[in-house]
Design a protein around this ligand. Structure first.
Ligand code: SER
Length: 589
């Protein structure tokens, strides 16, 4: 059988859902706007949270897309057969429109008629029920009515058949998952699709969003939604019977380029090649985003830095002396720029940031080597202890393998267990830290956060009035407690400027202006002078929020009805965010 290509899978999916009345919307940015809960967009539903919570979407109630996604929790696992940091996710949504009885037969139709998967190869899981939601008999019966044998359907617990954002808050509900049977023998009598032995591979997930979860409290949503997700790379691998995601045509060009540049074969250097192929693609999608994120030591910038440095380390491990990042980057950009034009638009930026980071890393590498020599000049038992091995890893970016190799050259040992302990401690710390990031935010869609969304529009308009039209919103972050906004300015704001800004904002609030939402085409919005930076984010129809003659912005909302609802704004902080960028923190009192 001819192998399915990425293009075919994407086109088939989107066309199928278009034929079922869905509007195809473009992928949103990979860096979530106004959402402090995560650093990157992790699923297709993520940019749609406001609409899943009830805000009207300008394109209607049936949507589908292919979304750029990034999940960083598994960076260290990249190199095996299946882990990727960047991936594309196909998805379709019902925003309070159809539900299970439409979605399940459509899933069946797509899998068997469009992807031509034999019915016998398909297995399904459904939710067994718990104290928050009942057993999902409806989905079970719907699969049966599609003609699925009951031996192919399994009831599983919340751990397997419930979907919510990593934060645990936001829209959520039971799901039904679809699996492909690879034909491998069962690993045990009780082997079923929840087993990770590799017999059953998940290809699609239909989430039936009936609840909104806020701090562990589940409230039924007024409108029931459907949210489905199919990972492009993974599904291609499974359907084409490939052993690994890296064997699909998605990685063909970059793999060949890497073989050419290193004069080595992928087959002989799988782990390093896979890490380089994954990390270059992910770095390019982060750098190519119109947010113009750069490597740094915090948040998303730090993830980018780790990806680039880890990739460089593995390239060095392949004994490549010359810089090959530019050639690799060009190959990936060429492959994807017809679907994601931001990559060609930002090509120069992508390449210059990659090269700058490479140069910076080469510098730390040398100081790391100096530290290595210092550590090894006074050792106990000829062994580098866990603390020092971890210091080399954490501060100088030396992976354990690298330290071991260097140590072996000097006939020294490394305390691997000690390193692993330190590493675990560190991971736990960062996990706790990232859990902290998940608190609050857009996902709660609370009235308090809504006020801050409106405050963001007013603040931007006032900044423009004070510092000229070139001021734009470089980033913003909203919680129910405050607004944080970054904008370009060449100096620290003086106390007087801060007072003027605060007064201007409060004047607009006091004027009690209605906040009006309209739908128009993207071009109409742009021509009307509406603010909106992220050009790859919007569908053909957009919603525009206007606050009298103060502000007009393309925005998904939500917003308050009238500015008077905001009360009183107070600037609590003005500080530098990065070179030429200021950061404001404003609270409503
Ligand atoms: N949100 C669900 C997932 O990520 C379905 O799209 O699997």
């Amino acid at each position: 059988m001819e192998k399915l290509t990425r293009r075919e899978l994407i086109d088939n999916y989107l066309k199928f859902f278009e034929s079922k009345g869905h509007k195809i919307i473009p992928s949103a940015s990979i860096i979530p706007e106004n959402d402090p809960t995560v650093l990157f967009t992790t699923a297709g539903m993520h940019p749609l949270v406001p609409y899943l919570l009830g805000n009207p979407h300008p394109e209607g109630k049936r949507l589908c897309d292919v979304q750029k996604c990034l999940r960083t929790s598994d960076i260290e696992s990249v190199g095996d057969d299946s882990h990727l940091t960047f991936f594309e996710m196909l998805g379709n949504w019902s925003l309070g429109d159809y539900f299970k009885k439409e979605m399940i037969p459509w899933s069946y139709e797509f899998l068997t008629n469009i992807l031509n998967i034999p019915k016998d190869k398909l297995y399904f899981t459904v939710f067994e029920g718990n104290e928050n939601a009942p057993k999902d008999n409806e989905s079970y019966n719907l699969w049966l009515s599609c003609g699925i044998d009951e031996s192919h359907i399994f009831f599983l617990s919340k751990k397997h058949n419930w979907w919510e954002l990593g934060s645990g808050s936001g829209p959520c509900g039971p799901d039904t998952e679809m699996f492909y049977d690879t034909g491998k023998p069962k690993c045990s009598e009780s082997c079923n699709p929840s087993c990770s032995c590799g017999k059953y591979l998940e290809i699609w997930n239909d989430v039936f969003m009936e609840f909104n979860c806020n701090n562990g409290v589940y409230t039924p949503l007024e409108h029931k939604n459907v949210d489905t997700g199919m990972g492009v790379e993974r599904t291609l691998t499974v359907l084409n019977g490939e052993k690994s995601v890296y064997d699909t045509e998605i990685f063909k060009d970059v793999k060949e380029e890497l073989e050419r540049l290193t004069n080595l074969k992928y087959e002989d250097n799988k782990k390093s090649f896979r890490i380089v192929m994954d990390h270059i693609r992910t770095s390019i999608f982060i750098l190519g985003d119109d947010h113009k994120l750069a490597p740094s030591n915090t948040g998303a910038g730090y993830v980018l830095r780790r990806l680039i440095r880890r990739m460089i380390r593995y390239i060095k491990g392949l004994n490549v002396e010359a810089s090959i990042l530019e050639s690799l980057a060009n190959t990936v950009i060429d492959k994807y720029s017809c679907d994601y034009e931001e990559l060609s638009r930002n090509k120069e930026y992508i390449i210059s940031e990659l090269l700058k980071e490479e140069e910076r890393f080469n510098k730390t590498l040398n100081s790391g080597l100096r530290m290595f020599n210092k550590i090894t000049s006074h050792l106990v038992n000829n062994t580098i202890d866990g603390t020092n091995a971890f210091k080399l890893f954490d501060t100088f970016g030396f992976p354990l393998e690298f330290t071991i190799e260097l140590a072996e050259e000097k006939n020294l040992k490394v305390d691997i267990e000690g390193f692993n302990e330190k590493f675990k401690e560190h991971q736990e710390k960062s996990r706790t830290a990232s859990k902290g990031e998940f608190k609050g935010g857009l996902a709660d869609n609370s009235y308090e956060s809504t006020k801050y969304h409106t405050l963001a529009h007013i603040t931007l308009a006032c900044l423009k009035e004070m510092f000229g039209p070139s001021v734009y919103q470089k980033g913003s972050n909203i919680t129910p407690e405050r607004l944080r906004m970054d904008f370009p300015l060449d100096h620290k704001m003086t106390d007087e400027e801060k007072t003027i800004l605060e007064n201007k904002i409060n004047e607009v609030i006091k004027m009690g202006i209605d906040v009006v939402r309209e739908e128009m085409s993207y071009d109409e919005a742009k021509n009307s002078g509406a603010e909106g930076i992220f050009t790859d984010k919007y569908g053909s129809l957009v919603s525009v929020y206007t606050i009298g003659d103060v502000s007009k912005e393309i925005c998904g909302g939500p917003h308050v009805k009238n500015t008077s609802e905001l009360g009183h704004a107070h600037i609590v902080k003005e500080e530098s965010s990065s070179a030429g960028v200021r950061r404001l923190k404003i609270v409503l009192e």
